[in-house]
Design a protein around this ligand. Structure first.
Ligand SMILES: Nc1nc2c(ncn2[C@@H]2O[C@H](COP(=O)(O)OP(=O)(O)O)[C@@H](O)[C@H]2O)c(=O)[nH]1
Ligand SMILES: [Mg+2]
Length: 320
């Protein structure tokens, strides 16, 4: 299951409390103040990583909590500052502060983005000693760490999206292009959530079959179109054995047009699949039907290594 958006509470660590203690040893029954300061609470930052592809680590973990600073102790002991926490998220993660509506995007691996700041440690009573008050009992409590309600959303779920009507062969294609083992079957909705595999260093997603009316929220709905929005290049997979492959293509494109016409402009390869089931003439005839579209058209079969190799080659050319 692809987790591409989550809501979280992020809470930085609280500062440690200052101590209110007095020196006491064999010679002094009531010495001066010796309470140390509390340590600072830990910040929580997010940082992009190309090794993280989705938000699954947050699926059950809905609160991220920074470490608290340690309390100050006697003998002027300073509480330890807490370690800061850095959480790795996929590049292209949009972080929205649900309280203010502000959002930022994680675009690079190099710079962590501070989400919540830890509370400052409180002063111990040593700090409050003065000419007029030699034995202050007051000390400061640690400051509270910041807390924010945030929403994380992946803007890009994969570089490449495999799209097409149910049964076109998308899941089979994902399997031969990657080492993923998606569910394959002659059922329209074998795949309900996008399956993401790796094509070299590029994530590639098998996006569940579009059905007519998806743009109007019919059937399995608009979610698929949302996923397609989050890919850069499309491989439009079409079963060459069906009655009207061109109509199958148009059916999907019509949903794009109605949902978000920008989808129509994504770079696309049309892959006419299952050529192993038809003869040479049929392949020629169908390919001809797609000519007027002036698109990159590839024919082949998941059972034909040579054709898959050609498709891979075309993809690499588009990606680099
Ligand atoms: N003969 C043949 N069958 C294929 C090919 N590609 C997929 N299939 C079969 O077509 C059916 C649907 O494939 P699947 O990958 O689940 O399609 P999806 O719904 O688009 O994900 C399965 O029974 C596959 O085994 C192909 O190139 N040749
Ligand atoms: Mg499938």
């Amino acid at each position: 299951m692809l987790i591409d958006n989550v809501t979280l509470v992020v809470k930085a660590g609280d500062g440690g409390n200052g101590a209110a203690t007095f020196r006491r040893d064999a010679t002094t029954s009531r010495g001066g103040p010796d309470g140390g300061n509390g340590g600072n609470g830990g910040d929580v930052s997010f940082r992009g990583s190309a090794n993280v592809n989705d938000l699954r680590r947050f699926r059950y973990k809905k609160t991220i909590r920074g470490e608290n600073g340690a309390n100050g102790t006697k003998h002027n002991g300073f509480g330890k500052n807490a370690k800061h926490i850095v959480i790795f998220v996929p590049l292209g993660t949009r972080i929205k502060n649900l309280d203010t509506g502000e959002s930022i995007e994680i675009e690079s691996e190099s710079k962590p983005v501070l989400i919540v700041r830890g509370g400052a440690g409180g002063y111990g009573n040593v700090k409050f000693k003065s000419a007029t008050n030699q034995s202050p009992k007051n000390r400061e409590l640690g400051g509270l760490g910041e807390s924010k309600n945030i929403h994380l959303e992946l803007r890009i779920i994969a570089e490449i999206g495999l799209i097409g009507l149910p049964n076109a062969g998308k899941s089979s294609l994902l399997a031969v292009l990657t080492h993923a083992t998606p569910a394959i079957g002659a059922y329209p909705f074998t795949t309900l959530e996008p399956n993401v595999g790796m094509f070299g260093k590029y994530p590639i997603a098998d996006i569940p079959g579009l059905i007519e009316g998806a743009s109007r929220g019919i059937g399995l709905g608009i979610k698929f179109l949302k996923h397609i929005e989050k890919t850069k290049i499309l491989v439009h997979c079409i079963d060459i054995t069906i009655d009207d492959p061109l109509k199958a293509y148009e059916t999907v494109r019509k949903e794009f047009r109605e949902y978000n016409p920008l989808l129509l402009e994504k770079p696309e390869i049309i892959f006419l699949n299952k050529t192993d089931l038809v003869d040479e003439n049929k392949i020629k005839e169908i390919t001809k039907l797609f000519k007027p579209l002036h698109k990159k058209v590839c024919t082949g079969s998941v059972h034909n290594e040579k054709s898959i190799h050609a498709l891979k080659h075309l993809l690499i050319k588009l990606l680099t």
